[in-house]
Design a protein around this ligand. Sequence first.
Ligand code: PLP
Length: 434
Amino acid sequence: MRYYSTNDKTAFVSLREAVLKGLPDDNGLFMPESIPNIPEDVQRQFPFWNLTEIASYVSQRFLDGDLPDSVIREIAEGAINFDAPLVQLDDNLHVLELFHGPTLAFKDFGARFMARLMAWLVRGDNQKLTILVATSGDTGGAVASGFLGLEGIEVIILYPSGKVSPLQEKQLTTFGQNITALEIEGNFDDCQHLVKQAFLDKDLQSQCRLTSANSINISRLIPQTFYYFHAATRPQLKKKPAVFSVPSGNFGNLCAGLIAQRMGAPIAHFIASTNVNDVVPEYLKTGQFQSRKSIATISNAMDVGNPSNFWRMASLYDQDLERMRKDISGYAFSDEATRAAMQEIFRRYQYLIDPHGAVGYLGWKAYSAEIQHDIQGIVVETAHPAKFVEVVEETLHMDLEIPRQLKEAADKPKLSIKLPAVFEALKAHLLHKK
Ligand SMILES: *Cc1c(COP(=O)(O)O)cnc(C)c1O
């Protein structure tokens, strides 16, 4: 399969280039030349397959011809070795729990798959691949955990000193091995700026083989299609049309859902649920895409003012707003509404939901109030509530049980290197490490 840039549909690159480069030179985003179809007779068997089996099959369809079949299977089975259960709350309401991976957030799907694919693509190369990631919290942990121990790859995480929660910091800094955490004396924007400078520095590029691992990498989207197929074909939905409400920030997760739908997954509609960073719901309403500075909220992994995957969505619909509206409805909610939803879900269903999932629930409620037909709502729950322990405890007035994975990280010593937010310091570190 070849990949084009959303800014130029006539210039193609190989899978290898799309994955290892991450971003095309023209500042667009890579998209697959064609979206493979999953035949109906195969999908009829999906209700009897587990997530790993579906992951393996769908990966074959995407990567066929680029990697040997046995390698594709190994990558999919190694990456997706945990479940994504669909929990029923009501006759027509379900929660899709995407937090059963090692870092308890859905980013594990993308990060673990990308890591294994990259490791295979660089196998046997004599120059080490260095992955640079700037993180404000969740992404760094998932990427570090995904790449831990993989040969030929070094991961450098930049995070803002004192600006991530103590538990998040432990999730970023306790790995060791091929993972280095740089504690930058600055904010998240400084971290991101340092990473950008590194990619622009010709001298550094000539000495180190650098790549990025953020959510714009196409290899993070492919594995996010698996759980849409799995969820939409569960027997408990009784073959009613599935509507997914996706709590969204950078819109990678929703974009993967759209790709799954194009591949033939039985999905009736998507709900783009956001916090007050509502650039995409605004676009669906007005036809104007206006990026702006992000606003801090309690669902902070969705505090994105310029959602980059929007351009992939636009490309899927050939920039046709009317067509996009047939598949996607958008709604935005305040922190106050989010907290009230967390309380309501707990009272009604005795279900603990995190602030991101609560935004998804609100989107489902808003959408289902507007339509008549009989559908099944699936609220995508993107993180374990314990990842946002402070907000959840204060909103629900209770003590949360902290899962084993988080406790283990909390007990390990922090291993980080403090650096000023100065490019020369980062460059010296990278050159020293090489
Ligand atoms: C990253 C993240 C999101 C947003 O996902 P996008 O693909 O960027 O839209 C939502 N919830 C949680 C918990 C996340 O970590």
